[in-house]
Each structure stands twice: as structure tokens, then as C-alpha cells.
Design a protein around this ligand. Structure first.
Ligand SMILES: [Zn+2]
Length: 153
């Protein structure tokens, strides 16, 4: 759900008529993005065929996963927030604290002592990708280890 919510937030950008395209429905804000992510988690949990599909996909990916409503709502919110957080540093037109306008996070990394460029943000994201690969490997290992006990219980 966390990953899916990360993707869902950018649906807003697809419907943007032009620049700035991160303010159409304010999904790129902690407030609206969190509500959208959480609501998606609830809807996808309550839609039983979708939930069963989720379980099947996770099994195919060799990840131990038992969906629950609270987990999916929180996962959706956290995913959306993560997206808004990273995008805030990358795109100046994101308004993370909407209804307050402006992007203090972008200003924070572009000025003063920090000065993070988009290239550096991309490098950080790539580093996190490799961390995720390691986490995924650990999840698969746990899946294989518990395969027997999970099937019994
Ligand atoms: Zn985005």
C-alpha cells in the first residue's frame, strides 16, 4: 500500500493542464495527500477482490503479508507523505503545507548551508533504492523461512 500510495499521488500531475502541475487538487500536500493515501488504503481493503489480488501479488513477490484495515490506511498515508516529502525538495511548485502556500522545504535545501541540487537528490534516491533491495532480500528470506509455519497457521 505504501508503494501504491506513492504512485497514486502523481495521478494529480497526469491531470494538470500545465505548469505548475503539483497544485491541481493539492494531492502534493501533507493534508490532502495524507487523506487521499489513507482513503485509498481503506477503499482497497474494503474491496475484497482487490485485497485478495494484493495478497496474491505479495505471495508472488515472496513477501509475508496479511492485509488489515488500519495497516492499509496507515500505509497509504505514509506512502503519500513520503512522496510529498521527497517531491517538496525536488519541485519548487509543490506546496507541502497547503493551505499554506509556498514551499519552505525547497527553500531550505536550495539556500544557506545545505544547498542540495536535484542531482544530489537523485543520488540519495538511488542509494535508498539499493537499501530497499536489501530490505526486500530480507523480506524474501523471512518469507522462505516461515513458509512452512505460515501455511500451517
Ligand atoms: Zn509527485
Amino acid at each position: 500500500m505504501f508503494l501504491l500510495a506513492n504512485v497514486i499521488v502523481d495521478v494529480e500531475v497526469l491531470f494538470a493542464p500545465g505548469w505548475p502541475h503539483h497544485r491541481v487538487w493539492h494531492w502534493h500536500s501533507f493534508l490532502v495527500g495524507g487523506i487521499v493515501g489513507g482513503a485509498c488504503g481503506a477503499v482497497l481493503y474494503l474491496a475484497k477482490p482487490v485485497r485478495l489480488l494484493f495478497e496474491r501479488i505479495m505471495r508472488l513477490l515472496r513477501i509475508r503479508y496479511r492485509p488489515c484495515l488500519v495497516g492499509m490506511v496507515l500505509g497509504g498515508m505514509a506512502g503519500a507523505w513520503m512522496h510529498v516529502f521527497v517531491d517538496s525538495f525536488y519541485h519548487f511548485d509543490v506546496q507541502p503545507f497547503w493551505p499554506k502556500t509556498g514551499n519552505p522545504l525547497y527553500r531550505f535545501v536550495r539556500t544557506g548551508a545545505v544547498r542540495i541540487t536535484n542531482e544530489r537528490i537523485e543520488i540519495i534516491c538511488i542509494a535508498f533504492f539499493f537499501l530497499t533491495v536489501i530490505l526486500y532480500a530480507a523480506a524474501v528470506r523471512s518469507f522462505l523461512k516461515h513458509k512452512h509455519t505460515d501455511a500451517e497457521g
